[in-house]
Design a protein around this ligand. Structure first.
Ligand code: FAD
Length: 408
């Protein structure tokens, strides 16, 4: 291995900074390129147990504790009717304000030896067996960095895919959705689930989240099909306020004394899948290659656990001739794809059969789904509950195919 080999990382969200910390452990010199100045707002505040375990494996216990973020024990899922709720414990996890969390991650990576370059990656090319990233720096100059390896952690910007280097991109199942979110004070919290993530769902793909960020502040969001929003003529503020008020009884109960204390932000059309997402020493991590419905909060986990696997893959490749890299690249792709598929399939089943899902996850296969909700998704094999869900989805697809093939 060439020690202190520079490895550029595009983006300093959790995928980029966790990748940097993993590379440092193997003796590489990560160079994190970030276009935004931190701290900056980011959505994605509810972490899973496995996500926190991966952060602990990076030795971040003290830094996480210093955030004084509320602990999260589980997720309560409500349908339209308050009596139809169920709870899934998630072990010990956290709810974090991402501006503070992402800054902590970047500061720690830099303290440990990562370089940080403020600027926008503009171009990525493969020439003479090396990658070259062109970065437009904050002062307007261009810097070029050459390396055998490069990590794309550019999130929803999908830098490598837009450069035509990986792909193709497939629209995800939740692509035509829009999320509205803001911060609120004065939310009524039930003692039993005061610090949990609360999910309220009703019609297909329509849901809200409630994530306590401190004693006073709660993050609340509303997700629904983008067409529903387009048909409405209200401003985003009015739309969020009126839709939250009428969404469901259990949500209205908690909002009776609440007031919005932050701007309303939106994000839309965010679900996609890009395959393959690693090749010739270029690795995509986190949102830069796939984004599923965020309802059960696995995004940051995908980012930080994939960062572990990318560290291992680059370490394994670095001592080998490039001809021998493909086994390690394929291994990275297989393990990370299988983990994301668990959530993709589980969600598809949840939306198709909400009552069946509650029964499977809460009653029949409770232990298995506790593990899934905790985020034990990597190299864990397929349990009986998940297998049954997948069988049902496969049967549905078969019957759809038969119906569309039969003459009317
Ligand atoms: P990001 O965090 O987006 O970081 C990418 C970084 O790359 C950014 O800082 C960006 O500025 C930088 N960048 C992009 N392009 C360039 C460039 N060309 N040059 C330099 N820098 C660049 N996840 C959870 O775990 N829990 C939740 O509760 C949750 N809720 C969500 C709710 C919604 C509505 C949505 C949309 C997402 C939610 N997520 C949640 C998902 C979570 O936000 C993401 O999965 C997570 O932030 C992915 O991390 P990342 O590092 O891959 O990308």
């Amino acid at each position: 291995m060439t020690t202190q080999e520079i490895i550029p990382i595009i983006g300093s969200g959790p995928a980029g900074t966790a990748s940097a910390m993993n590379l440092l452990r193997y003796g590489f010199q990560p160079l994190i390129i970030e276009r935004d100045s931190f701290p900056r707002f980011h959505i994605g505040e509810s972490l899973t147990t496995e996500c926190v375990d991966a952060l602990n494996r990076l030795g971040l216990q003290a830094q996480l504790a210093a955030l004084s973020a509320p602990g999260k024990k589980g997720v309560r899922i409500f349908s339209r009717h308050p009596e139809n709720s169920f709870y899934v414990g998630a072990g010990d996890a956290w709810q974090v304000e991402r501006a503070r969390f992402d800054s902590m991650m970047l500061d720690t990576a830099v303290e440990r030896g990562a370089h940080h370059l403020q600027g926008s990656a503009r171009k990525l090319v493969f020439e003479d067996g090396h990658w070259r990233v062109d970065v437009e720096t904050a002062d307007g100059s261009t810097r070029q960095i050459a390396s055998r390896f490069v990590i794309d952690a550019s999130g929803q910007q999908r830098f490598s895919q837009r450069q035509g280097l990986i792909g193709p991109l497939q629209e995800g199942r939740y692509a035509r959705q829009i999320a509205f979110f803001s911060q609120f004070e004065g939310v009524t919290r039930e003692l039993s689930d005061a610090w949990d993530t609360l999910i309220f769902h009703r019609d297909m793909h329509e849901w809200c989240w409630m994530i306590p960020l401190s004693e006073q502040v709660t993050s609340i969001g509303l997700v629904l099909p983008v067409e529903t929003w387009k048909q409405d003529k209200q401003s985003v503020d009015e739309f969020l306020d009126t839709r939250l008020a009428e969404f469901s009884a259990p949500l209205a109960l908690r909002l009776s004394s609440a007031r919005r204390v932050g701007p309303v932000r939106t994000v839309s059309n965010y679900s996609y899948r890009i395959e393959p997402y690693a090749s010739r020493g270029l690795f995509c991590v986190g949102d830069s290659h796939r984004f599923i419905d965020p309802i059960f909060s696995f995004g940051v986990e995908f980012a930080v656990v994939e960062a572990e696997y990318v560290g291992k893959a680059i370490q394994a490749c670095s001592g080998l001739d490039t001809a021998a890299w493909s086994a390690h690249i394929d291994n990275y792709l297989r393990i990370t794809t299988e983990a994301q598929n668990v959530i993709d399939d589980m969600l598809q089943y949840f939306w198709a059969y909400p009552w069946g899902f509650a029964n499977m996850a809460h009653v029949r296969f409770r232990e298995e789904f506790l593990e899934i909700f905790a985020g034990r998704l990597y190299e864990s094999g397929e349990g009986e509950g998940l297998r049954r869900m997948r069988d049902t989805l496969a049967n549905d697809r078969d019957s759809d195919r038969r119906q569309s093939a039969s003459p009317h």
